[in-house]
Design a binder for this molecule. Structure first.
Ligand code: FAD
Length: 443
């Protein structure tokens, strides 16, 4: 367990000049960071902080690779700030208590941060803004993790879009109008001069993980349109974890890619589409987007769920995907679609079970994208595949990994008798799923 929530701060600050605080969260970079740039544009020295939120950390395994990645990213930020005589102050605990302590130790004039659209974050920020407001400290939050947020892309009747294609078209039109969306450069000479000891991973109760986050790679995107669906080709960008934690900004990415690469841009727009769905319909966290599916009778067989988690269903594409996930914290998108569809349709297991398994394992776990895609796969979501469209995992195999290269990479015993027979026969499972969905809708 962590020993100290608050490091020693050498100078008591009651007599000091006012400072601004910039609060890093899911924007772990200095360049192209909207709120940091805004904070530094004012003439008050800026102290950057990060809070290891005990509410979030308490839920995670102690060797969680994402926490190690956050910690490593903070150390990188620290190095960059040091070059300017400044530092990042790392704190641990319940954010409200941490803020109370911060404002008792510093003369804080303003707080700057980038917006986070998840329900927990919205509630936390509201509470902190109120707490600061009572001390006349302004809480300034900015759009940063998306090109368009909240109500910026709405239908002409001012309602949110729930279908992707018209959302994307509006997004693209607005994007062309808003161009150029330039990355922002911070004025680092306005940082608060400081020097802190940064808590180690062990200080916050964690250890290093075996799993590492891969660097992103934009160099193969000219192949994206043709090859993105073939898992063995491995040409996708690996941006997802970096976008999740903000180790690169969305504007930086867009300024670097070929804008005529419509297929790739479209994927980035899916990310924003699901973010605005979560923002407008927070009920999706626990409920079907479409309530007409509420009466589906899931089988929820625990033994079958376990075999799915372990990659032992006897369906090679499903098993390879689950093993890639368990080993690396990543799974190729096409295979995510196949494994998710298989769990919901072939095994008739509630999409929420699969969603939470992915949430535990994915390095790039993002509530909005994970939830949106799971509900898409289950057929319960907005703009979802119709429930009667059921992937055949064997024909998906023939189409996207016909030489079994991906499968053999992740299933070493694939060509031996050790590899299990299919957990359920495809045709039978398909009929069973169709019947369960149909009677669920009619119930
Ligand atoms: P690329 O193919 O290079 O795509 C570039 C970026 O576009 C991605 O990094 C991501 O930000 C965005 N993107 C691509 N596809 C989607 C999509 N279908 N929905 C939303 N955004 C997309 N993505 C997550 O970031 N976090 C999740 O928790 C997550 N859970 C998923 C669960 C299921 C069941 C499925 C089917 C998909 C999920 N995805 C999730 C979407 C997608 O699989 C990953 O974003 C992608 O595989 C990440 O690899 P990449 O960065 O190389 O992607």
């Amino acid at each position: 367990m962590p020993v100290k929530s608050f490091p020693d701060i050498s100078t008591p600050l009651k007599d000091q000049k006012p400072i601004s605080i910039f609060w890093f969260r899911r924007d772990l970079r200095i360049e192209d960071n909207t709120a940091l740039t805004k904070a530094l544009d004012s003439n008050i020295p800026v102290l950057p902080i990060f809070i290891f939120d005990s509410h979030i950390l308490n839920e995670l395994p102690k060797d969680d690779a994402r926490v190690a990645f956050i910690h490593r990213s903070i150390l990188k930020i620290k190095d960059s700030l040091k070059a300017h005589g400044s530092d990042i102050l790392c704190l641990y605990g319940d954010p409200k208590s941490v803020w109370l302590e911060l404002i008792s130790k510093f003369k804080v004039a303003k707080v700057y941060t980038n917006k986070d659209y998840e329900p927990y974050a919205i509630a936390r920020d509201k509470e902190i803004a109120e707490l600061l407001g009572k001390k006349d400290i302004t809480f300034n939050s900015f759009k940063d993790q998306v090109i368009f947020e909240e109500d910026e892309i709405l239908k002409s009747n001012q309602e949110p879009y729930t279908v992707f294609t018209p959302y994307k078209n509006k997004w693209l039109t607005k994007f062309q109008e808003a161009n150029p969306i330039e990355p922002k450069n911070p004025k680092l000479n306005n940082l608060y001069k400081a020097n802190y000891t940064t808590m180690s991973l062990e200080d916050i109760g964690f250890t290093k993980s075996e799993i590492e986050v891969k660097d992103f790679n934009l160099s193969r995107l000219h192949l994206y349109g043709d090859k993105r669906d073939f898992p063995y080709a491995d040409i996708t960008s690996y941006l997802s974890t970096h976008l999740r934690f903000g180790t690169i900004g969305i504007r930086q990415i867009i300024s670097r890619i070929d804008k005529s690469n419509a297929v790739f841009l479209s994927e980035l727009i899916w990310r924003e589409f699901f973010m605005q769905i979560l923002f407008h319909y927070p009920k999706v966290v626990t409920e079907n987007f479409r309530s007409k599916y509420d009466n589906i009778k899931w089988r929820n067989n625990k033994q079958e769920f376990l075999l799915w988690c372990q990659g032992k269903t006897g369906y090679p594409m499903v098993d390879a995907g689950m093993r890639q996930l368990n080993t690396t914290g990543f799974m190729h998108n096409r295979v995510r679609m196949i494994t998710a569809g298989f769990l919901c349709k072939h095994l008739l297991i509630d999409w929420r079970w699969g969603e939470s398994y992915f949430a535990e394992k994915l390095l790039d776990y993002e509530l909005s994208s994970n939830n949106g895609n799971w509900q898409w796969a289950a057929g319960t979501g907005c703009d979802a595949a119709p429930y009667f469209r059921i992937f055949n995992p064997l024909s998906q195999q023939q189409k996207f990994d016909k030489d079994y290269k991906y499968v053999r990479k992740w299933i070493p015993e694939f060509d031996t008798f050790e590899y299990p027979d299919p957990i359920v026969e495809h045709k039978f499972a398909r009929e069973r799923a169709l019947a369960a969905y149909k009677s669920g809708i009619e119930a």
